[in-house]
Design a protein around this ligand. Structure first.
Ligand SMILES: Nc1ncnc2c1ncn2[C@@H]1O[C@H](COP(=O)(O)OP(=O)(O)OP(=O)(O)O)[C@@H](O)[C@H]1O
Ligand SMILES: [Mg+2]
Length: 224
């Protein structure tokens, strides 16, 4: 079966820093892949490369078999690769918000929804869930989420987990950067572990949980 996403030999250097080094993995359609690793491992950078927000130093990305490396971030979004950002900040250039506003024109005419999409006074949990909903309104085939559980309490995290599971059940493929290990272990079909820009392990949760290289990547780190 053609993967929803195929990343091959991705690399990225910032000046002298090798943020991503020869990273390759595939994401099967209709599954959840979690991308984990210590702070600074390169997770957000990899998202930036996949969505072409930043140019890669090397490597290729295919979305459902189609090379997307030469496409703009907007064109990639048009093919169904939709991303929500790590912080609940406003999207650069407002393009996604504008797209959502156009796509959800009738919803936006409803006062309650307009107020929700303005959102700033909502509690963190609701804001994060709203961010996922906002991304869903762009009709993704592949949804990229960067730390959706950051700042959520246990109840909100459980709600998020159920929401992501329901999204997968509807056939939407998910690639999720997340530090919350119980969320990752309970939800992911596959886990890709990055450390210092390199892939240290790829496998199902049960394998990753007892992988020595993964444990070593986290041992002694403040964020472990
Ligand atoms: N625009 C940039 N210019 C220079 N260096 C950068 C840039 N963006 C990221 N880096 C560096 O690349 C490395 C990977 O950073 P990245 O933000 O991708 O990590 P991360 O895994 O998302 O971390 P976190 O878990 O803290 O979000 C870090 O060393 C970071 O300092
Ligand atoms: Mg990050």
């Amino acid at each position: 079966m053609t993967p929803a996403l195929q990343v091959r030999n991705m690399s990225k250097t910032f000046g002298g820093v090798q943020a991503i080094a020869d990273v390759s993995f595939a994401v099967a359609p209709g599954t959840v892949t979690a991308l984990i690793g210590p702070n600074g491992a390169g997770k957000t950078t990899l998202f930036n490369l996949i969505t072409n927000l930043q140019p890669a130093t090397g490597g290729t990305v295919e979305l459902f078999g189609q090379p997307i490396g030469a496409l703009t971030a907007e064109a990639i979004a048009g093919l169904g690769l939709i991303r929500a950002f790590q912080t609940a900040r406003v999207f650069p250039g407002m393009t996604v918000v504008e797209n959502v506003a156009v796509g959800a024109h009738r919803l936006m005419q409803t006062p309650g929804w307009r107020q929700m999409l303005a959102a700033t006074e909502l509690p963190m949990g609701a804001q994060k869930l709203l961010e996922v909903i906002r991304a869903l309104m762009a009709a993704p085939k592949l949804l990229l989420l960067d730390e959706p559980a950051a700042g959520l309490n246990d109840t909100e995290t459980a709600e998020l987990s159920a929401m992501l599971s329901a999204i997968r059940d509807r056939g939407i493929t998910l690639l999720v950067v997340e530090h919350n290990m119980s969320l990752v272990m309970g939800l992911a079909d596959q886990i890709v572990v990055l450390d210092a820009g390199r892939t240290v392990a790829i496998g199902p949760p049960a394998e990753i949980r007892r992988n020595r290289a993964v444990i070593e990547a986290y041992v002694g780190r403040e964020d472990a």
